[in-house]
Design a protein around this ligand. Structure first.
Ligand code: NAG
Ligand code: NAG
Ligand code: NAG
Ligand code: NAG
Length: 964
């Protein structure tokens, strides 16, 4: 595009010549230079269909195409002139498919007489708004909306003091500085309409809005990143008809002087999460805003407003949006019956009750949102026949009461139907096949059973279909094979069987395909197109290799094929072509061959890489690129060899690293200690060896919740210095959430660990978990005292080492311990009494040491049996069926007098009201199942030990199983 430099200079000098004389020149001549300017303007852009989206432009049309040299430019499409002077005074090129850069030397700026300029809905390819716009001194209307303009709004726009209407909205990279805004509002005194929606005004203080002309009739500042208190005297804008301050972060109460805005037709304050509306203000607003047709207060805190006060809302209301307002109580039925109501959204008010009427509804209601409310909806013929105009129906997680869903098939205007999360049961009604305009059908998370009805193949306009989390059966063939427009298909967590139908993989626009957790069999056939963004086929019975077309899905962000034990073959290094991949999970399958080394540095977007539980060979990737986003790396359960590459420290976002159950031969990778976010480190069952020395850095491993380096060949003393810096293990986490990827929060982390002696896969990991496992190595020396610092530990395993010395009494401080294993060491001395205080301890293993003396009694200790202590010849106590003598007498439970222990003297025990009955009762209630960490743990009563004694002494049969 463009013209030759010679031509340009000629034209420019011609234009300059004309400028010089233009004030004295007569009309016909002046329109000559105007034609030339317009033609040059035309030439500076190309015509591109995509520049004017059909979504926003009803009739996109390249108006400039009809502009021809030698004809009167005043007659050209989009051009208007002053009849007397012949000056071009208006240019309307909205939706004209213009594409190109709008430079400051554009001939547009020579059209000085312009009064109205509309260039909205074109694509100026991130051009800046030239300061030369300020030269249109007679401009009254300027519209540059949705035209991909960027940069700062120039100060010169404030020179346009005759502006009546200014629209710079929906140019996402445009910003407005406070100084410029200030000048603008002070100088543009004639302004009646101002739309700066989506312009970044984050530095503009909301109170400066008050300097705007009070003659404004329309003010739209949606999504401008306004931050701070909503000005309290908005009432001064008495002529306002349209006010939109939605999608900002305005705070504080909505002032009651809004009542003065009695001309308001439309009020939008939605999505300002810190705005609130007091009952008084609301009442006043409702009473005085009698012309209101459109009221949107979504997310504004209205929890104190009684829903009943909505009764007084203007009867002219056509749209009411009160989603997420914290409304509580019964919603007034008359609102549902407003005669002009077209759109009603009350979603996400969990405390809202009442019932949706089934008759007398406005016959124009086209949008109904009652998701996440308790408003009862009787889905029955009466209602359905009254909702004939409905296009959008949001009834997810709502209170649907129905006998039969079949009548829904009469709502033939429906475009969007959401009935997910409703406990709906029975078969999916085949009448839904009548809803031929549907774009989206959401029936997920119900109890639908049986097969998907064949009639759904009439829904040929469907883009989005969610049937996940039901109990649907059968194969997925004929019912869906006509839905050629599908973009998103969710069928996960059902009982579908058969193969993945090939038509699905041939859908031209398919972006999301989620079939996980079904009974699908067979191979995955080749995809015919390259539109996929999300593919999850995990937890099925699929076979064969990954089809090569998967690696050609350039936009793929999530690829999960895990837990298909029949998936085999190598993981092709072509996978590294998927540069937008964020989640790659091929775990728990049968992939073999070497792991593609490029996986460490092919995408900076990758957050999750899970190839655990396969048969992969070769080495761990040796190059992890800088600035990568990896948060979760799991290669557990393969046959990987070699060393752990120090470049892994480039993974500064890493939270979980699981390399367990491989054949890695290396020393302790102490460089990992610098990973600032590492919370879980599992290196168990490898061939790691040598001393574990450290730390070498400040804050080493300070965020670790789980450290498992068991079953290696580490030697030397326990890593005492590290114990000093494991800060996360020193403090309990009250926040009970499942650990998940930050960059892809629907991915929940899992790991393989030994939990209380059993190897399990933790499918979800509570953030409260704290585990230290150094077992099965060759650690020597004593257990250091500092171990008592790790107060939040739930599981400590030091077994199968060569530890010597006494059991640290400081272990008694680890009050959260549920499992303690010190077995198979060379520990000597007595079991410290302090361990009695570990009330959560459910598993204790001290077996196979050289311990001696009495086993502590009372508290938790009375629940452990001989296996906890076996292989220590010097131990005595009832647990090992060996009486203690002399000073070996077991210590007494603290709350009982010593005399109660004397053999033969049971008077204290049974004599004074502390009879057998009392003991059993106390015992029975004493077992408390606590939910301290998200799984069940024992908390036991003190006197269990006594009960054993009683049992022995009186030969009573105590049904232990029953009591437990
Ligand atoms: C602007 O408008 C005024 C008043 O109508 C007129 O006198 C003047 O010539 C106009 N200026 C331009 C550049 O058109
Ligand atoms: C206000 O507008 C007038 C007239 O166009 C102009 O001369 C002046 O510079 C403007 N002032 C500001 C502060 O922009
Ligand atoms: C919004 O404002 C509140 C209160 O001033 C503040 O705490 C919060 O961080 C802000 N949110 C954003 C996204 O700026
Ligand atoms: C209501 O609107 C009228 C008309 O603008 C105004 O005079 C009055 O002060 C407003 N306030 C109340 C409480 O009605």
């Amino acid at each position: 595009m463009g013209f030759s430099p010679l031509c340009l200079s000629q034209s420019l000098s011609f234009i300059l010549f004309l400028f010089h004389f233009h004030s004295t020149i007569s009309a016909p001549l002046s329109s000559n230079y105007q034609s030339l300017s317009l033609l040059q303007f035309k030439q500076s852009f190309s015509i591109s269909r995509s520049a004017s989206s059909e979504y926003y432009c009803q009739y996109p049309f390249p108006k400039t195409e009809s502009w021809k040299e030698g004809t009167d430019c005043c007659l050209w499409d989009g051009v208007s002139c002053d009849l007397k002077t012949g000056h071009v005074t208006g240019l309307d090129l909205s939706c004209s498919m213009l594409y190109g850069t709008l430079l400051p030397n554009n001939s547009l700026f020579s059209l000085h007489h312009l009064q109205q300029l509309d260039l909205s809905f074109n694509d100026f390819n991130s051009s800046h708004i030239s300061s030369r716009f300020g030269q249109f001194s007679n401009l009254t209307h300027l519209n540059l909306s949705s035209s991909d303009l960027a940069g700062q709004v120039p100060l010169e726009v404030s020179h346009l003091s005759k502006l009546v209407s200014l629209d710079l909205s929906w140019n996402y990279d445009l910003s407005l500085e406070p100084i410029c805004f200030d000048k603008l509002v002070r100088n543009l005194t004639k302004l009646r309409e101002l739309d700066l929606s989506s312009v970044d005004m984050s530095l503009v203080v909301p109170s400066s809005l008050m300097n705007l002309s009070s003659s404004l009739s329309s003010l739209k500042l949606n999504d401008c990143r306004l931050q701070g208190k909503l000005p309290s005297s908005m009432g001064k804008f008495k002529h306002l008809q349209y006010l939109d301050l939605g999608e900002n972060n305005l705070t504080g109460p909505i002032p009651y002087d809004f009542e003065q805005l009695s001309e308001l037709v439309s009020l939008h304050l939605s999505s300002n999460n810190y705005l609130s509306l007091e009952p008084i203000s609301f009442d006043k607003i409702v009473q005085n805003l009698t012309k209101l047709r459109d009221l949107a207060l979504g997310s504004v805190n209205m929890s104190l407003v009684a829903p009943n006060s909505l009764t007084n809302l203007s009867s002219s209301l056509s749209s009411l949006s009160l989603w997420g307002c914290g409304l509580q109580g019964k919603f007034p039925g008359n609102i549902f019956l407003l005669p002009n109501l077209e759109s009603l959204d009350l979603s996400d008010n969990k405390g809202l009750t009442g019932s949706f009427p089934s008759s007398n509804l406005s016959n124009v209601l086209s949008r109904l949102g009652l998701s996440n409310t308790r408003i009862s909806v009787y889905l029955e013929n009466d209602l359905i026949s009254n909702l004939k105009s409905l296009e959008y129906m949001y009834l997810s997680n709502s209170n649907i009461i129905r006998s039969d869903l079949a009548p829904l098939g009469n709502l033939t205007h429906l475009i969007y139907l959401d009935l997910s999360v409703n406990n709906l049961s029975g078969e999916i009604p085949s009448s839904l096949g009548n809803l031929v305009h549907l774009h989206s059908l959401l029936l997920g998370s119900n109890n639908f059973m049986g097969q998907v009805p064949d009639s759904l193949n009439s829904l040929v306009n469907l883009l989005y279909l969610d049937l996940s989390n039901n109990q649907l059966i059968g194969s997925i063939h004929s019912q869906l094979n006509t839905l050629s427009n599908l973009q998103s298909l969710y069928l996960s967590n059902n009982l579908f069987n058969g193969t993945i139908p090939s038509f699905l993989l041939a859908l031209p626009s398919l972006q999301h395909l989620d079939l996980h957790n079904n009974n699908l069999i067979g191979n995955i056939s080749e995809l015919q197109h390259y539109s996929l963004v999300y593919l999850d086929l995990s937890n099925n019975h699929l076979h064969g290799t990954i089809p090569s077309s998967v690696f050609k899905q350039q936009n793929l962000e999530v690829l999960i094929l895990a837990s298909n034990s029949g998936l085999t073959g190598e993981i092709s290094s072509f996978i590294c072509k998927l540069r937008f991949l964020r989640v790659l999970d091929l775990s728990n399958s049968s992939f073999s061959g070497s792991m593609p080394l490029c996986l460490g540095n092919f995408s900076n977007m990758l957050s999750v890489l899970h190839l655990g539980m396969n048969n992969l060979q070769g080495t761990i990737p040796s190059t992890f690129s800088k600035d990568n986003s990896l948060e979760y790396l799991n290669l557990n359960g393969n046959e990987l060899e070699g060393k752990i590459s120090p470049s892994i420290i480039n993974c500064t976002m890493l939270e979980v690293l699981d390399l367990g159950n491989n054949k890695i031969e290396d020393t302790f990778p102490c460089f990992l200690e610098t990973l600032p976010r590492l919370q879980i480190l599992v290196l168990k069952s490898n061939k790691l060896q040598g001393f574990v020395k450290g730390p070498t850095a400040y804050n080493s491993f300070s965020k670790l919740r789980i450290l498992d380096i068991s079953d290696n060949n580490f030697s030397g003393p326990l890593p005492t210095e590290y114990f000093n810096s494991l800060e996360a293990m020193m403090a309990s986490d009250q926040n009970m959430i499942y650990m998940r990827a930050r960059n892809y929060s629907s991915y929940v982390y899992s790991i393989e660990i030994t939990w209380k002696g059993v190897e399990i896969e933790l499918l979800k990991i509570q953030s409260t978990i704290r585990v230290l496992d150094l077992s099965n190595n060759n650690f020597t020396g004593e257990i250091p005292k500092v171990i008592g610092k790790l107060k939040a530990l739930q599981q400590l395993n030091l077994s199968h080492n060569s530890l010597t010395g006494h059991i640290q009494s400081s272990l008694g401080i680890l009050a959260n311990l549920e499992s303690l294993d010190l077995s198979s060491n060379l520990l000597t001395g007595r079991i410290p009494m302090q361990l009695e205080g570990l009330t959560f301890l459910a598993i204790l293993n001290l077996s196979h040491n050289q311990l001696e003396g009495p086993i502590p009694s009372g508290e938790q200790f009375n629940t452990f049996n001989a296996s906890s202590f076996e292989g220590n010849l010097g131990l005595c106590g009832f647990q090992v069926l060996k009486e203690c003598y002399g000073d070996e007498a077991p210590s007494l439970p603290p709350s009982l007098p010593p005399s109660s222990f004397n053999e033969g003297d049971d008077s204290t025990l049974f004599g004074d009201g502390c009879g057998w009955k009392a003991v059993t009762m106390g015992y029975g209630c004493g077992f408390v199942f606590g939910v301290a960490t998200g799984y069940f743990v024992f908390r036991t009563k003190k006197y269990l030990w006594f009960l054993r004694m009683v049992e022995d002494k009186w030969n009573l049969e105590v049904n232990w199983a029953l009591l437990l």
